[in-house]
Write a protein that binds this ligand. Sequence first.
Ligand SMILES: Cc1cc2nc3c(=O)[nH]c(=O)nc-3n(C[C@H](O)[C@H](O)[C@H](O)COP(=O)(O)O)c2cc1C
Length: 305
Amino acid sequence: MQGLTEVLFRRVYEECFPEAVARAVAPFLSLTHNLQQASPRARALFLRDVLPENNEDSIPVIPQILGKEPEEFVELDHMLYDLGYREVNWNMGCPMRAVTGKHRGSGILPYPDEVRMVLDAVVPKIKCQLSVKVRLGLRDKVEIFRIIPILNDYPLASVTVHPRTGRQQYGGEVDLETFGQVLPMIKAPVIYNGDICTVQDIRRIETRFPEVADIMVGRGLLYHPTLPLDAAGEQQPVTSTKHFIRRLMEDIKVKIPHTEAQIKKTKEYWGLLWKSLPISEMQAREVLRAQDVNIVDNLIEGFTQ
Ligand SMILES: Cc1cc2nc3c(=O)[nH]c(=O)nc-3n(C[C@H](O)[C@H](O)[C@H](O)COP(=O)(O)O)c2cc1C
């Protein structure tokens, strides 16, 4: 998740909960022109979140590509292959208007011909295995039914389905009815994604859709960092979560030099992570309201003792 499950998070998570998460799809890399011609420094900056040297001791990563320009796609795939990656994920789910307006992310879903054009151009040339992540559509869930026959023509490692439309953004209900219809239509292994926040949510999907190959957790990992371990029967005490939050906050201070940026990042995480602690929303808001870095630190320290 952009701004959240970046390498700083992934490394602290792996340190606190080793091997709890099998793999993480990294926040998307947006296709840009002339990456090949860019200076080594600019290229390293662009790729910093997935550079192997930054990802030692991190959750194993699958890089993700956002965009539909075949040449740039292949170029980036080759760079990622050279960095040691063997799978890339194509993002056809991003709902941000600035993205969808360019037929990127879920913005490509109303245009099956464009999806085929990209896959036709890219699949024979890429070196990594390709997996894709989709929503049910941009505006309407009927869109997915025209996309699936196209996806089925290519050897995909997996298809992750987040059963919302792009227009829904992250709100409203996930459409499990439609997910159940598309599941048997997809040839590749299907990964379910959407609103998995508790062990019961995982069990509900496993029971209703036993054919699902895997489950991808999004915001739930921040609402409930120990969720994968709890689901595996290795129930974690709240002290583990508190320790993880403190470690994350420590690393933000070390890795992010400017105080303002530190506070911003801390609050981004805190806005989700507080739900994993036995505190009220009113208490959590004290942190979000505070402007001074020391006050923010002291409050979080107090809540995670
Ligand atoms: C702030 C934010 C950033 C996200 N960035 C990405 C991204 O870069 N790539 C991606 O595939 N999904 C991204 N997502 C979507 C999540 O991966 C996931 O599909 C979505 O949140 C639904 O799952 P959830 O209900 O478990 O969170 C993002 C979601 C949020 C809230």
